[in-house]
Design a protein. Structure first.
Length: 186
């Protein structure tokens, strides 16, 4: 069974709005590595549309720094599954996921491969509620912004995690990777 991994940037005060983060070459290399560990990406509509707008080729000249290109190429080439009840169709190497979210994601996890990656805010909340996320990574940015969406707002039950790795970046950001405690007791 392939694992479902979640990774997101978050500020010290809990904001997970991508506009509050400072893009940086080292962090983009790290994110490219995360995506490379996945056979497919799982996005909700908002994250899919945001990523498509930012990284679907062709990018206008000068739209992003050269060091972002490996990330852009990796996300562009990746198979994508989009959970949406409002989109009528998707392309960009993507398929719509409809119906029972838990059953659909369980089916994707049953397929052979290296893993699945999920990004965003709302979809990971639903997946955490269903106990489907096998690994959480929070890249904590050394910044306070005092506003914005926060992670897992409305989670109905506590989820205990165990730290399995930690990495510090030159920017002062720290990536902390966790697994649900129940996974570690297999």
């Amino acid at each position: 069974m392939r694992p479902l991994r979640y990774s997101i940037n978050v500020t010290l005060d809990g904001c997970c709005d991508h506009r509050a983060m400072v893009p940086d070459e080292e962090l983009h290399r790290h994110a490219t590595g995360i995506l490379a560990r996945a056979d497919a990406l799982l996005f909700g509509r908002v994250t899919y549309e945001m990523m498509e707008a930012a990284f679907r080729p062709p990018a206008p000249t000068g739209a992003r720094p050269d060091w972002m290109e490996p990330f852009a190429r990796t996300i562009d080439a990746a198979k994508k599954y989009v959970v949406s009840s409002t989109l009528k169709r998707v392309d960009w190497n993507a398929e719509l996921v409809r119906g029972d979210l838990g059953a659909a994601v369980q089916q994707l996890k049953q397929e052979p491969g290296r893993g699945l990656y999920v990004g965003g805010v709302k979809l990971p909340l639903a997946l955490a509620e269903l106990g489907l996320i096998d690994e959480y990574e929070f890249v904590v940015q050394p910044r306070l912004v005092g506003r914005g969406p926060t992670l897992f707002a409305g989670l109905s039950k506590r989820l205990d995690l165990e730290l399995v790795s930690r990495r510090e970046f030159g920017s002062g950001a720290v990536a902390m990777r966790y697994e649900p405690r129940s996974l570690n007791r297999r």
